[in-house]
Write a new protein. Structure first.
Length: 280
C-alpha cells in the first residue's frame, strides 16, 4: 500500500480585495501545484480553528490582514499552540506575525530599519523630518496609516501606535526567502506604484542586508518577505519583515523563476510536515 499523503488545510481569503494584488489567483496557482504532493482543502481564515483538527498541518497563506479578525485569529493561534498543531509558517515568528513591536526592537538594536518610536515624547530620538508616518502596532496592508506634520504630533492620542519619519526613497524592493534560502527579489521602479513590481537583480550587499533580518527572526521553516526602501544615498532600510502571510507577487516572475519558487516551497513544506509526522 502506498504511504498516505499528508493532509493540509490551506488558509486563504480568496475574496479579499487587496490593492494591486489578486490573492485568489496566487493561491489557485499554488494549490494546483501542491495537489501533486498533498491532499488539501482550502478554507477561510474564520473557519481555520474549527477545521484544523482534521488535518496533519495548516498552511497560512494569503489570509488577509489579521486586524480585520483579530479575535478569531487569536483563538486559532491559541488552539494551535495548545494542541501542538503544525502551522506553516510556524507560530514562532518575531516580526509581523507578532505585530510591529519588532520595528522598535530593531531600532533599539541598531539594525538598518526606518527609525521607529511608539511615544510622542520620544520623537526627538528620530531624525528630524517635515512629516511623520503614524500607524497602529497591529496594523497591516496600510490599514490605519496616516501621514502627519511635525506640528500635529503633539495632538496624537496615546495608544498602540508607531511613529516614523517619512523617508524619501528611490524605490521599494522585496526579497523573498523559503526557509533560509533566498529565492528572488522584486522592486517597484515607481515609488508611487508599490505593487507594480518587476524582477530585481539583488547584489551581494542587498542579500547581506536581507539575510540579517531572516537570521534575526530564526524561523527555521516558512516563507518570509523582507521589504526595504532604497534611500537616495544607495543604502537600504527595512520597511517590514513579513513572516505571517506574505503575498508573493508570483505573477511578476518569469515562468522559470515561478516554477523554481514553487519547487522550493513544496520541498520546504514536505520537510516540515514529514519531519514532524515521522517517528524520531
Amino acid at each position: 500500500m502506498p504511504a498516505a499523503r499528508p493532509r493540509l488545510l490551506y488558509v486563504t481569503y480568496l475574496a479579499y480585495q487587496a490593492r494591486g494584488r489578486r490573492y485568489c489567483d496566487e493561491d489557485v496557482h499554488l494549490t494546483s501545484r501542491l495537489r501533486d504532493h498533498f491532499d488539501l482543502a482550502l478554507c477561510h481564515p474564520l473557519d481555520a480553528a474549527a477545521l484544523m483538527d482534521g488535518f496533519d498541518a495548516v498552511v497560512v497563506r494569503n489570509s488577509g490582514p489579521v486586524l480585520g479578525y483579530q479575535r478569531e485569529y487569536d483563538a486559532f493561534r491559541a488552539r494551535a499552540l495548545a494542541t501542538g498543531a503544525l502551522v506553516y509558517n510556524p507560530l514562532t515568528g518575531k516580526a509581523d506575525m507578532a505585530g510591529k513591536q519588532y520595528l522598535l526592537d530593531l531600532t533599539a538594536a541598531g539594525y538598518p530599519v526606518i527609525p521607529t518610536v511608539d511615544r510622542v515624547e520620544d520623537v526627538g530620538r528620530l531624525p528630524a523630518a517635515g512629516q511623520y508616518v503614524v500607524k497602529p502596532k497591529l496594523g497591516a496592508d496600510s490599514l490605519g496609516l496616516r501621514v502627519v506634520s511635525g506640528s500635529r504630533l503633539a495632538g496624537l492620542t496615546a495608544g498602540d501606535i508607531l511613529i516614523q519619519p517619512r523617508v524619501d526613497f528611490v524605490h521599494e524592493v522585496s526579497f523573498y526567502f523559503v526557509d533560509d534560502d533566498f529565492q528572488y527579489a522584486l522592486y517597484a521602479p515607481d515609488p508611487r506604484r508599490r505593487w507594480e513590481l518587476v524582477p530585481y537583480a539583488a547584489t551581494a550587499a542587498d542579500l547581506e542586508f536581507a539575510r540579517r533580518f531572516v537570521d534575526w527572526n530564526d524561523l527555521g521553516h516558512g516563507i518570509q518577505r523582507v521589504d526595504a526602501c532604497r534611500t537616495p544615498d544607495g543604502g537600504l532600510l527595512l520597511v517590514e519583515l513579513e513572516d505571517l502571510n506574505p503575498y508573493l507577487s508570483l505573477e511578476a516572475l518569469p515562468e522559470e523563476a515561478r516554477d523554481a519558487f514553487v519547487t522550493a516551497f513544496t520541498a520546504s513544506l514536505s520537510r516540515f510536515v514529514q519531519g514532524a509526522l515521522s517517528p524520531a
